[in-house]
Structure formats: structure tokens, C-alpha cells
Design a protein around this ligand. Structure first.
Ligand code: HEC
Length: 216
């Protein structure tokens, strides 16, 4: 089995595993200025089970689809995959959100695409995830639940971390020595404000941020 195949198999089984495990709920209620553990219970109990299931399903499908596209496109070389990712990531995100009837996007404190920059609340959640990673309490199944209100509508908000735990990612998000010059050239051209390099294995690369209205 060659290296790429092994990674694919590992990713696929990781996906299946993720789908099978229960999510660790870390809940952060609304009207917060700093996410804090004492308010965790509120969002968890206030978000109906079916809304949580919708958000979990949508984010799971989204991540699995992105992984699939990435693995397939890498068969034609990393620079090609980088350029394809640049062409399709946003469209794919929008169509999946539409299909799953949720608001969905990827966010990062060090975003490659400025469209993936977090709002202030999402920024706090990402900082919480980073702190958890630093103290060793973050896992692939960690989830932050929140409730936000917009135009009189309450939304359940799920933040699901994307941990850079595969060496494959370093081809485009690693340090200078991990990224081939041809790939770096593609990335610099497409993303003049790219901040998504310099990562090492195990770091929080970002998160999936997904929202759905809370209906009775
Ligand atoms: C072939 C290059 C390539 C590889 C490999 C790659 N990425 Fe990316 N990544 C990109 C590009 C290009 C974007 C910007 C997409 C966009 O325009 O939204 C991106 C964006 C992201 C984002 C959204 C936040 C941001 O920075 O804009 C996350 C999260 C992310 N990648 C995680 C990963 C993880 C985890 C892996 C490994 C499984 C990985 N990537 C592998 C090229 C790559």
C-alpha cells in the first residue's frame, strides 16, 4: 500500500470513527464576553436534540466531502490540489450548506482565505479550543455549543474543531521546509494575505462553524 493510499485509508476510517462516536459537548451559552465553563450547561440544554443532530450531521458530511476532494485532487500533485482547493473550497462550502439547510463555513484565527476569518464570538470559541489544545483536553470529538440571536431569531451554533493531525496537511499549511516552492507559489498568488502556514502536527487549524435556527 503506498503512502497516499495509507493516508486515505486512515482518513476514511477516522471519518467512520468520528461518525460513530458520541460528541463531547462543551457548551457555552449566549451573551458571553468570555467563554466560561460555568455557563456551559445553558446552551446544551436549550438546544433541542433534533437541531443538534442536524448540525452534527451537516458538519460531518462537509468535512468528509472536503477530505475526499482533497485526497482525490492530490493524486495529480500538490500544486494542482492547492489550485483546485482555491477554486472550489468556497463553492463547495456554499452548496453543502444549501443542501443541508444550514449556515456553514470554515473559520480560523490564521485564515488563508479572508472569507474564513471568524467574527468576534467565533474568535472567542477558537481561542477556547486553542487553550484546550494547549492543556491537552481537546479531542476530535470536542464540540462547543452556543446560542446566538439575530433579527429576533435564535440560532443553535456549533463549533467543531479542525485539528491538523495528518502529515498530509503540512504540504500546504506546514513550515517553510514542508511546503514545496511550486505549491508556495500557487498559494502566494491566490492568497496574498495567506496566514495559514507555519503549522505543526497537533495544532488547531481552525473549526467548522455551523448554525441552524432553533425551531420548537
Ligand atoms: C493542497 C493544499 C492543501 C492541503 C494539502 C490542505 N489544505 Fe487546507 N487549505 C488549502 C487552501 C487553498 C485553503 C483556502 C480555501 C478557501 O479559499 O477557502 C485551505 C483552507 C483551510 C482551512 C480554512 C481556514 C483558512 O485558512 O482559510 C482549514 C481549516 C484547512 N485548510 C485545514 C486543512 C487540514 C486539516 C488539512 C489536512 C487534512 C489541509 N487543510 C490540507 C490548501 C490545502
Amino acid at each position: 500500500m503506498n503512502y497516499r493510499r495509507r493516508i486515505c485509508t486512515a482518513l476514511c476510517s477516522a471519518g467512520a470513527f468520528l461518525a460513530a462516536v458520541a460528541f463531547t459537548a462543551l457548551d457555552i451559552s449566549h451573551s458571553l464576553s468570555t467563554p466560561c465553563i460555568s455557563s456551559m450547561q445553558h446552551a446544551d440544554s436549550a438546544i433541542p436534540h433534533h437541531v443538534k443532530a442536524t448540525l452534527q450531521h451537516a458538519s460531518g458530511r462537509f468535512l468528509a466531502t472536503l477530505r475526499d476532494v482533497l485526497i482525490r485532487s492530490m493524486a495529480q500533485g500538490i500544486p494542482h490540489a492547492a489550485s483546485l482547493c482555491a477554486d472550489t473550497a468556497q463553492t463547495l462550502t456554499r452548496s453543502l450548506a444549501q443542501e443541508q439547510r444550514v449556515e456553514l463555513r470554515r473559520i480560523s484565527l490564521q485564515a488563508r482565505n479572508p472569507l474564513n476569518r471568524p467574527n468576534s464570538r467565533e474568535q472567542q470559541h477558537l481561542q477556547t479550543l486553542e487553550r484546550m489544545q494547549q492543556v491537552g483536553t481537546l479531542t476530535d470529538s470536542t464540540v462547543i455549543w452556543d446560542i446566538v440571536e439575530r433579527d429576533g431569531i435564535r440560532y443553535a451554533h456549533m463549533i467543531r474543531p479542525i485539528i491538523l493531525n495528518n502529515p498530509l496537511c503540512l504540504n500546504c499549511h506546514g513550515t517553510h521546509k514542508d511546503i514545496a516552492p511550486e505549491t508556495a507559489a500557487v498559494l502566494s498568488k491566490r492568497y496574498p494575505q495567506d496566514k495559514a502556514r507555519g503549522y505543526t502536527l497537533g495544532q488547531v487549524r481552525g473549526a467548522v462553524s455551523v448554525l441552524s435556527p432553533i425551531t420548537p
